[in-house]
Write a protein that binds this ligand. Structure first.
Ligand code: FVH
Length: 293
């Protein structure tokens, strides 16, 4: 157990993630109070944490209250009835929300005299407190500074500024990259799977290839940030379009769905139709920024 400043912390929501957060606090010696809508999940921690009998007791037990619930609606459902008890306390909400939902919660908290820090967890529950666990925060900077020691127990903490929506925006942007990449992997697995190749076998080759491809993200970013889509040596939209046509034809021939690659193919074709065929494939970014995608 690490020596702590003894700050008491309350954790609301003991799903897979909330429990991991609470266990990290308990393990570091913080007096921890827990509450969960269905009491059985809280009772499982009774030997190490104080189990609050009511939500009001939970909130009143600590200067720092952490909410780790399902979604924005469940946060309001939980916190609205105890807004008065939360007044004067620090609320860190690590529930996944959209940026606008986070900003709405910040305004709600401000209206009730609650210091609000929004958080986004870039980790799975087993990763909490270990290497690779990163948490993004935005909102009240004093909450971030005053409770940095507690927040750092969960992973590397980064503060993105006073706009409470910022951490959520980064969170969902990174999740978009992850989900689309994994969908592309699954499409590839389905292609070779049509010839009895296991997904495992495909993964042994796809993982190092995709890892090598991610090394090119800074170079891609440089083209996008410069807004100069005619640098030497970049793959053109015309070339990328041909590759997508071939991916599509091969998928159809193998009896595999084309939905995932069709999305990218469409974006490429729209930029070509707008007269940019000879420009770098990074121009797809402009298609997305235009909001027409
Ligand atoms: N698990 C993960 O890998 C991800 C990693 C990235 C961040 N997320 C977000 O963390 C939030 C909680 O996720 P979780 O994994 O703990 O989720 P569950 O295990 O499903 O637990 C959900 C808890 O929320 C409680 N809850 C649901 N609805 C309500 C409600 N209307 N009022 C009060 N509490 C509610 C639920 O309670 P119960 O069902 O046990 O009674 C759980 O405590 C989430 O935003 C992820 O996106 C995790």
């Amino acid at each position: 157990m690490t020596a702590t400043d003894g700050t008491a912390v309350t954790v609301l929501g003991l799903g897979a993630m909330g429990r991991a957060l609470a266990e990290a606090l308990v393990g570091a010696g913080h007096p921890t109070t827990v509450w969960n809508r269905s009491p059985a999940r809280a009772e499982a921690l009774a030997d190490r944490a104080a189990v609050a009998g009511t939500l009001g007791e939970a909130v009143s037990a600590s200067p720092l209250v952490v909410a780790c619930l399902l979604d924005h609606a469940s946060v309001h459902e939980t916190l609205d009835p105890v807004a008065a008890q939360l007044a004067g306390r620090a609320l860190v909400n690590v529930t996944t929300t959209t940026p606008e939902q986070a900003r709405e919660l910040a305004r709600w908290a401000d209206g009730h005299g609650i210091a609000y820090l929004d958080g986004a967890i870039m980790a799975t529950p087993p990763m909490i407190g270990g290497p690779g666990s990163a948490l993004l925060y935005s909102g009240d900077d004093a909450v971030f500074e005053d409770h940095r020691a507690q927040l750092d127990l969960w992973g590397e903490s980064t503060y993105f500024g006073p706009d409470a929506g910022r951490a959520s925006l980064w969170d969902l942007a990174m999740l978009s990259g992850m989900y689309v990449m994994i969908a592309g992997f699954m499409h590839g697995a389905a292609m070779v799977g049509s010839e009895q190749v296991t997904a495992h076998e495909f993964a042994t080759r796809a993982a190092p290839f995709l890892a090598a491809m991610t090394e090119s993200l800074p170079a891609i970013a440089q083209v996008i940030d410069s807004r100069d889509y005619r640098p030497e040596g970049r793959q053109s939209l015309e070339f990328t379009e041909l590759a997508h046509r071939q991916i599509r034809q091969a998928s159809v021939d193998q009896g595999v769905g084309t939905e995932v690659s069709d999305v990218v193919h469409d974006l490429v074709r729209r930029q070509i139709a707008a007269g940019h065929g000879n420009e770098a494939s990074e121009r797809v970014y402009e298609e997305m920024r235009s909001g027409s995608a």
